[in-house]
Design a protein. Structure first.
Ligand SMILES: Nc1ncnc2c1ncn2[C@@H]1O[C@H](COP(=O)(O)OP(=O)(O)OP(=O)(O)O)[C@@H](O)[C@H]1O
Ligand SMILES: [Mg+2]
Lengths: 215, 366
């Protein structure tokens, strides 16, 4: 059996030395082709787990494995490269560049991953079409709704086809209809073979998740 | 991240954030104008002092044969004139008084010098022809004193019975620093006349001390009392000191302006990266390495800086022309380059801070 695209081993984290420790030696695999929901009451570290797995925070103990390789102890350049090529982020707020059009926002990760921009333009448009925001591609983020922005952010996370998609409360600000649209997109990505991890306490998300990791 | 992409991103983001870019441009322009004007003016003053110092006076060495030993021969003078640092060297006999030959001993007296060596090194011919040995040129002042309407006729020793009359063949003005000649008459010496006094003009003020040493070496007097030397060596020293002071002062001004400008650029950049923390966090999350963010932020400031340097240099050049001076192209270019370097240095620290901030904190929705 091949290694899971994302796994954590004996994970422990603290924001500061002496601060409250999180995860208590968590062991978890996040298999490809499945949506894994990370849940737990507020302050248990759901968001933090995503950022540690996303190589933006360093654990104080244990390991983060990307495709079976230890990644948390690599230097900044390599961790950045892994983020650009192996990981896609979706935040609670879409966090789009207000100065870029929707289409250019979706292409932004190509900048950091040395992907060919030309080929990606058509792929970006396809993704936007799939997510139902194809007509908005020339708009600026200020001209689209929160639910649409979140779908644009998902398109951005999927652009370079990274093995792992990490989404932190992607439905936190959305109504039921948009929540369904966003979940459809994330589940479609899982069905296409991506590893999808969603940090959430939204029952709708939990109900549809293939697996649940409770913190 | 590819370099072209990085530059394109820097350009995009400089364009998108017009206010900080414009502020950096204004600051760099101000740096260029300020250094251009203050230091430019000081540099012009320096050039002026330098020019004045290079005027013949500071390069003038005179040697007098104090005991009439007769060592200032035509050969020796020619030898000194041939030194590489020497612009010209002329010998003079002791001055005597002359009167208009037509009037005789009772006429008004004018000082008269016999010139040994190239006459053209001592005076400029303003009318007539260069004299043969034993012929004379008169100055405008001497003409009046001698009661001559035209520079023709002859002068004669004021003391009756001493020597023959000397025909006047033209008029002259003295060349600096031998301006005392303007009060009288110069006579071209016969080849065997020995000078009492030697005037040497160095090519540059800086070379004056060397010229003094070399001249004294040629004269080769073992007894220092044989010679009466008036040397510009001290003047040359003063020149070196004054120019050194000015240069130091200039550098101080330039450094002060650049440091103040750089500090302001750093403050603007810091404020800018604080405002755009989310953007930097987003780029980090999407996979931008720290070095790319730092380079992008610096490149962005340099775009503003180049704009400012262009405008500032143009303004400084116009302003310098308006004060009636010519701007020094090397200095102006150096100022612009220094301002850009100051911008890069000033941006580096805030850029590094921004790249090292915790991306999670800024991306977290409260
Ligand atoms: N930058 C920080 N510095 C110090 N402590 C922090 C920081 N960010 C979060 N924490 C603490 O770490 C713990 C985990 O926070 P985190 O945001 O991961 O929780 P969460 O499970 O995502 O909560 P929520 O459901 O409210 O989003 C909390 O106790 C929080 O106070
Ligand atoms: Mg959270």
């Amino acid at each position: 059996m091949t290694a899971a695209p994302l796994a954590v081993r004996d994970l422990r984290f603290a924001y500061r030395r002496g601060a409250e420790e999180l995860f208590d030696g968590l062991d978890a695999n996040f298999p490809a082709g499945a949506v894994t929901a990370v849940t737990g009451s507020s302050g248990r570290g759901k968001s933090t787990l995503l950022y540690v797995a996303g190589l933006m925070l360093k654990p104080i103990g244990g390991q983060v494995l990307i495709e079976g390789q230890r990644a948390d102890d690599r230097p900044d350049v390599q961790r950045s490269w892994l983020r650009a090529t192996k990981l896609g982020f979706v935040f609670q707020d879409a966090v789009l560049d207000p100065t870029r059009t929707v289409l250019n926002s979706v292409i932004e990760p190509a900048l950091y991953g040395r992907a060919k921009r030309k080929r990606l333009v058509s792929r970006a448009q396809e993704l936007l079409d799939d997510l139902g925001v194809g007509q908005r591609s020339t708009h600026k983020p200020g001209q689209i709704s929160g639910g649409q922005a979140q779908r644009v952010a998902i398109a951005r996370a999927l652009l370079t086809s990274p093995p792992v998609i990490l989404a932190d409360e992607p439905t936190g600000n959305l109504d039921a209809e948009n929540t369904d649209l966003v979940l459809d997109a994330l589940h479609a990505a899982a069905a296409a073979g991506h590893t999808v991890v969603i940090a959430t306490h939204d029952p709708t998300v939990l109900n549809r998740a293939d697996r649940v990791v409770a913190l | 991240m590819r370099l072209t992409q990085l530059l394109a991103e820097a350009w995009r983001s400089a364009w998108a954030a017009k206010v900080p870019t414009a502020l950096v441009a204004v600051l760099v322009a101000a740096m260029c104008v300020t250094t251009g004007l203050t230091a430019g003016r000081a540099a012009a003053a320096q050039a002026q002092v330098e020019a004045r110092m290079e005027e013949a006076g500071a390069r003038h060495l005179s040697v007098v044969d104090a005991r009439d030993n007769g060592f200032l021969t035509t050969d020796v003078i020619a030898q000194v004139a041939g030194l590489s640092n020497v612009e010209r060297a002329v010998g003079f006999s002791t001055a005597f008084d002359a009167v208009n030959a037509a009037i005789g001993p009772g006429g008004e007296r004018v000082p008269t010098w016999t010139v040994i060596g190239e006459l053209a090194d001592a005076v400029e011919l303003t009318w007539g022809r260069w004299p043969e040995p034993g012929e004379a040129l008169v100055s405008a002042v001497a003409m009046v004193a001698l009661g001559l309407e035209y520079p023709i006729g002859a002068v004669a020793h004021a003391t009756a019975g001493r020597g023959i009359s000397l025909p006047i063949v033209g008029t002259f003005t003295a060349r600096a620093p031998l301006t005392h000649l303007d009060s009288g008459v110069v006579v071209r010496a016969a080849t065997d006349v020995i000078a009492r006094r030697l005037d040497v003009v160095s090519a540059t003020a800086a070379a004056a001390p060397v010229t003094t040493t070399a001249t004294l070496a040629i004269l080769a007097r073992s007894d220092p009392n044989d010679l009466l030397v008036t040397s510009p060596a001290t003047l040359a020293q003063i020149q070196a000191d004054v120019l050194g002071d000015l240069a130091e002062h200039n550098q101080g001004l330039v450094l002060l302006t650049l440091a103040a400008g750089a500090l302001l650029v750093a403050v603007v950049t810091l404020a800018d990266v604080l405002v755009r923390r989310t953007e930097i966090g987003r780029r980090r999350a999407l996979g931008a390495p720290r070095w790319a963010l730092v380079s992008m932020l610096i490149a962005r400031a340099v775009i503003g800086g180049l704009l400012g340097a262009g405008i500032g240099t143009a303004v400084a050049i116009v302003a310098i022309y308006q004060t009636g001076q010519t701007p020094d192209p090397t200095f102006t270019a150096a100022t612009a380059v220094l301002a850009i370097i100051a911008t890069i240095v000033a941006t580096s620290l805030p850029a590094m801070m921004a790249a090292h901030q915790d991306p999670v904190r800024v991306l977290r929705t409260p």
